[in-house]
Design a protein around this ligand. Structure first.
Ligand SMILES: Nc1ncnc2c1ncn2[C@@H]1O[C@H](COP(=O)(O)OP(=O)(O)OP(=O)(O)O)[C@@H](O)[C@H]1O
Length: 256
């Protein structure tokens, strides 16, 4: 089975001639179809890890085998191609274009891919966008502008946009960080559904409720993965409270 395998990943920032070793020989793997959360104290390197694994930020050392491709050996155009087609991104600061409708924001990444160059391809993209908007319950606001929808609707549009090119994996940084409790629950349910359909998900969160929906949780501290816990696949109707309790006990032991 293919996987995303990270080996001895290091990231060092140098600010004012001072070296900050933010990631120190991180090793981890995400299997195809897995949904994994990264938790850890503030400043432990969670976001840096997500950015470095996804090639958005340059690593100082180490390697990332992206489902069979050595990420850091790719040429810049191969890297941007791979990121466009095989990775989806959901961030807390939702990078949506304010002068476009939700629908146009969603189809934009696909129109930039080779599929978007032909009329037939564009039709397929439009169909996929409509299907995704229906699935994520935002079809009725598809023509609204980014400022004319709720935070939850906007975040679901971000998820639709991340999915438009049918990526292998979604990287999500605090996907529910800006949402209220109800919207947060809904967005997590959507992510769990997407994962059920086969897309791998790697997300960073401070929220135990969010992490408890994941199959596995990694704990990062001082730039290294210290521990991990297996919670098993989330299923509708499974005992959410007992998963949360298990996660809570584990985090308390780790001094979180
Ligand atoms: N672009 C940058 N330049 C210099 N230092 C940086 C940069 N980005 C992050 N850092 C430093 O790297 C360390 C890890 O930051 P990172 O954002 O990865 O942590 P985090 O675990 O995601 O934190 P939080 O939970 O607070 O979001 C911090 O000490 C931060 O100051």
């Amino acid at each position: 089975m293919k996987e995303l395998a990270v080996t001895n990943l290091c990231k060092t920032y140098i600010v004012n001639k001072r070296q900050n070793n933010v990631l120190r020989n991180v090793n981890l793997s995400i299997h195809e179809g897995e949904m994994v959360a990264i938790m850890g104290p503030s400043g432990s390197g969670k976001t840096t890890l997500l950015y470095t694994i996804s090639g958005m930020d340059e690593a100082s050392a180490g390697s990332v085998d992206f489902f069979g491709k050595e990420l850091f050996h790719l040429k810049p155009n191969e890297m941007s191609d791979l990121r466009l087609k095989e990775m989806g991104f959901v961030f807390q600061q939702m990078y949506m274009l304010k002068n476009l409708s939700l629908y146009d924001n969603i189809i934009l990444p696909a129109y930039q891919s080779p599929e978007g160059k032909s009329k037939k391809g564009r039709l397929q993209i439009q169909q996929r966008a409509k299907m995704l908007m229906q699935k994520l319950h935002i079809a009725d606001v598809s023509d609204n502008g980014v400022n004319e929808v709720s935070g939850g609707q906007l975040q679901r549009a971000c998820i639709a946009r991340a999915l438009i090119n049918q990526p292998k994996i979604i990287f999500a940084d605090e996907p529910t960080g800006a949402l209220n409790k109800q919207n947060s629950i809904e967005v997590m349910e959507e992510l769990a559904n997407i994962n059920k359909d086969g897309t791998s998900i790697l997300l960073v969160t401070h929220d135990m409720k969010v992490a408890s929906k994941c199959e596995r949780v990694l704990y990062i501290e001082d730039g290294d993965i210290k521990e991990e816990i297996q919670l098993g696949k989330w299923q509708t109707g499974c005992d959410g409270l007992s998963r949360e309790r298990k996660l809570n006990e584990w985090l308390l032991k780790l001094g979180w």
